[in-house]
Write a protein that binds this ligand. Structure first.
Ligand SMILES: *[C@@H]1O[C@H](CO)[C@@H](O)[C@H](O)[C@H]1NC(C)=O
Ligand SMILES: *[C@@H]1O[C@H](CO)[C@@H](O)[C@H](O)[C@H]1NC(C)=O
Ligand SMILES: *[C@@H]1O[C@H](CO)[C@@H](O)[C@H](O)[C@H]1NC(C)=O
Ligand SMILES: *[C@@H]1O[C@H](CO)[C@@H](O)[C@H](O)[C@H]1NC(C)=O
Ligand SMILES: *[C@@H]1O[C@H](CO)[C@@H](O)[C@H](O)[C@H]1NC(C)=O
Ligand SMILES: *[C@@H]1O[C@H](CO)[C@@H](O)[C@H](O)[C@H]1NC(C)=O
Length: 454
């Protein structure tokens, strides 16, 4: 008896050593990034990059770039998944222009390699960040069969969930870190739908068990009515349209201050007046002028009138404006069915208000692509800030119920907006907040659901 027990315990010890070894096998060495063209120095933390196959039928492969935390607490710091919007935009937008480990210095000669300097405000100072190109067709992610580029909200959430499960099998040492998912703009749809998949997986006991804690969304798309109805009050509140126009539109359009209103001519003409009033502003930041490249498109007939001379300014400021994504002309972003990209609308020419030059130059450089482990150019020919290879179906609808369900289960949510963005405006955050009965405002001030100015 004694003997059996001893050998049983010995067996358990050996098993746990074995499991420990298997489970804590470190990150894949062939994904480690050893040097980066344009950066002269030692990387402040480990960087990894590579692909994860998320779907075998069409061969959908998602590309990630993983930056471990720089503070020396990488094994404890949260793992944060970052997603840019679109749909179809690459998360290198966040990496290059927003909160990545480097600042990219624009080279004097157009198209040559930018210089990389360390970014003192990088999110990787305090967290382990996965920049993921999702869905397949965005950035360096691809599908072997072109049919894999037909996707939608549900498929994207399911693929990204698979990505996380497979990714943590490759990096098991991060499985116990708190997991957050974050992003902006159209990621306002990616994130709640992905969180829903994650939680469903946790509740069903799917392995590995993700240590999911919550999510964060900046300037996110949320709901057709909330997003659509927020624009006119925003324009009014910002003093961009007169009181009378605001009052008339509110009265005539009967609670639907967006869309075409084919039947209601009075409402339609008032909304056209609103469009004209704000039409020359930079929708991504009403306080900034627009970037115009030398070969700027201003006359494309498919682009809505109010956008053709977007943000034209006499000030010669070299402003970079890079977000664009899909074409939601001053209205409800979450439309059913397929929404074209700006590039498709503008007949493939340059898109207004965007300057993605440093990112495009760096990410299409052969040495950079080799260093960051992207597939061959025969598979993904060119990196684009936002791609138009996707056929994307908005099949999940409103995000409000997702937020309500997730927050009521105790997952943490942070939803923030810039007060000067016209495209997906901030007012919806406060009306959204009022409609989320379980929403616990963390950073909102004590008037409860009012805006928080940074
Ligand atoms: C890289 O850094 C080293 C040491 O600081 C310096 O000598 C060298 O000139 C730098 N090279 C470039 C291309 O900036
Ligand atoms: C590591 O985390 C601990 C506890 O969260 C914190 O006190 C410490 O300052 C962190 N260390 C560094 C180097 O950031
Ligand atoms: C791609 O998928 C379509 C639809 O399932 C299929 O008909 C086609 O044969 C596939 N093509 C290749 C090259 O596998
Ligand atoms: C756009 O149209 C205007 C007036 O028709 C013309 O003067 C201008 O050159 C056009 N711009 C471009 C970029 O085609
Ligand atoms: C939210 O929760 C309710 C009640 O459990 C459920 O019926 C509904 O399908 C959920 N909706 C979403 C979008 O998760
Ligand atoms: C938020 O508003 C609700 C309802 O008006 C109120 O009951 C609650 O006390 C408020 N919370 C804070 C933190 O002010």
């Amino acid at each position: 008896m004694e003997n059996t027990n001893t050998s049983f315990y010995l067996f358990l010890i050996l098993l746990s050593i074995f499991l420990n070894f298997v489970l804590t096998q470190p990150a894949p060495e062939n994904s480690l990034i050893t040097q980066l063209p344009g950066f002269n120095g030692t990387l402040p933390s480990k960087h990894y990059a590579g692909y994860v196959t998320v779907e075998k039928n069409y061969g959908r492969n998602l590309y990630y770039y993983f930056v471990t935390s720089e503070g020396g607490n990488s094994s404890k710091d949260p793992v944060v998944l970052w997603l840019n919007g679109g749909p179809g935009c690459s998360s290198f937008d966040g990496f290059v222009y927003e909160h990545g480990p480097f600042n990219f210095e624009k080279p004097k000669t157009r198209g040559t390699l930018p210089k990389l300097q360390l970014n003192p405000y990088s999110w990787s100072k305090v967290s382990n960040i996965i920049y993921l190109d999702s869905p397949a067709g965005a950035g360096f992610s691809y599908s072997k069969n072109d049919s894999g580029y037909s996707t939608g909200d549900f498929q994207t959430a399911s693929d990204t969930h698979t990505f996380l499960l497979e990714w943590f099998k490759l990096y098991p040492e991060f499985l116990s870190n708190p997991l957050f998912i974050s992003g902006e703009s159209f990621a306002g749809v990616y994130i709640p739908t992905l969180a829903h998949e994650i939680v469903k997986g946790i509740e069903a006991g799917v392995n590995p068990v993700l240590n999911f804690k919550g999510y964060m969304i900046g300037n996110g798309v949320t709901d057709r009515n909330f997003d659509g109805n927020a624009l006119v009050p925003f324009a009014h509140g910002m003093g961009l349209i007169p009181d009378q126009l605001f009052e008339d539109a509110t009265k005539e359009c009967k609670g639907e201050l967006y869309g075409r209103h084919r039947e209601n001519i009075k409402c339609r003409s008032l909304l056209i007046r609103v469009d004209l009033a704000v039409g020359r502003l930079n929708i991504y930041d009403i306080l900034e002028p627009c970037y115009h490249s030398p070969d700027t498109l201003v006359n494309a007939t498919n682009v809505p009138h109010s956008f053709r001379k977007l943000g034209e300014t006499v000030k010669p400021l070299p402003i970079r404006k890079r977000m664009f994504g899909r074409a939601w002309p001053l209205g409800g972003p979450v439309e059913d069915g397929i929404v074209p990209s700006w590039r498709q609308l503008s007949e493939g020419r340059a898109v207004l208000c965007t300057d993605d030059e440093v990112a495009t130059a760096w990410l299409n450089n052969d040495a950079v692509r080799k260093a960051i482990h992207t597939v061959d150019k025969s598979v993904v020919k060119e990196w684009d800030l936002c791609s138009d290879t996707l056929i994307y179906d908005h099949d999940a609808g409103s995000m409000i119920e997702y937020h309500r369900n997730l927050t009521s289960k105790g997952y943490r949510a942070l939803i923030f907006r810039s007060i000067s963005k016209l495209l997906v405006v901030y007012l919806i955050s406060s009306s959204l907040c009022k409609n989320l009965y379980y929403f616990i405002p963390i950073i909102y001030d004590d008037s409860n659901c009012s805006s928080y100015v940074t």
